[in-house]
Write a protein that binds this ligand. Sequence first.
Ligand code: PMP
Length: 407
Amino acid sequence: MSLFSKFEALAAVGAELAQHGTSPVGVPMRRVLSPTRAEVDGREVILAGTNNYLGMTMDRECIEAGHKALEMEGTGTTGSRMANGTYDSHLALEREIADLYGMPHAIVFTTGYQANLGTIATLAGPDDILIIDADSHASIYDAAKLSAARVFRFRHNDAENLDKRLGRLGDEAQQCLVVVEGIYSMLGDQAPLGEILDVTKKHGAALLVDEAHSLGVMGHRGCGLAEELGLLDQVDFITGTFSKSVGTVGGFCVSPHPELAWLRNAMRAYIFTASASPANIASSRVALRKLRDETERRDRLWANARRLYKALGDMGLRVGPQPSPIVAVMMESREDTLNAWHTLLDNGVYVNLVVPPAANLNLLRCSVSAAHTPEDIDQIIAAYEIVAANLEAAREVGTADQACAPR
Ligand code: PMP
């Protein structure tokens, strides 16, 4: 036994994934050509696994704002928000994100991961209770670990199960923070937010919604699922990231509660890390304005998402429960998933490979963008048709083998 022994199983999975040529883990993008194209493994591919929902990474105005800030304020802040790392632009971004949500209070973090870690782990202290959806993102699970609170899970998207859990707490439910996501990152399904809010309020608990994958994607102003459902004024805390529809790096928390200001000086994930670079903040500010105003990006995104979701479902592939810019195909085995991933890449389409232990599912996870053209979507569909045909052929061979097997 050594310090490294516990990683042997993980290393074996890594080696297995690398056996078939290009490893799907950490694929190098040799050259980035656009929000939807890159050179991978010596060929140009369509990027269909980037979370770049609005295609914002290459927006001219966002790039120019970043350039200007780089020239004026330098490459980094070299300090935490608490010390020398708060510039006027960090404060302006906080005001702007608060305005976007129509909430008075906002805190900007260096990443979305840190927004969850800071907010959740600090809000829920040793005398409190955290109840999180079982399919929560790793940052929410890590926040739960870091928090001193008692932690429970409820069944994914099951408001009745949440009701039971809260009911068992009695009066203690008032010291409970419930955490859900707007759109879930693996299957693209949405939280039943109305029901979850009803249950949460009934028991006097507070609700935090992570809108990482729904910011820019849902709601008239692009705030996410809570806005889309007209529930923004009932949610206690919203966290999110700039690393998807905003096209930069960063995270935030907004809230109607003035007490959010007290948290600022208590959140380790805010205090003990450097603030986002000036260029990053400048690009994020422009992107947030465009995300709110350029609603045609959302229209294009959803047209692409609906088209791809329907096409893959019509092929007989097992897609997620509802149309979404995250179009996931559930596969039977790791081997099938890996083979299909290579087939897609060979046919010029990059998607995300998801296999255990990263999640307890075998998935081909595709995310579409407003920047995909109808022809890009045609090409993605054509590549999946080859995958579907291969799976069908393998199934027929399997059935024939079974028919021939001695009884
Ligand atoms: N929450 C969810 C639901 C996410 O999917 C992610 C990123 N994948 C994060 C938080 C963390 O965001 P970031 O990349 O900004 O750290």
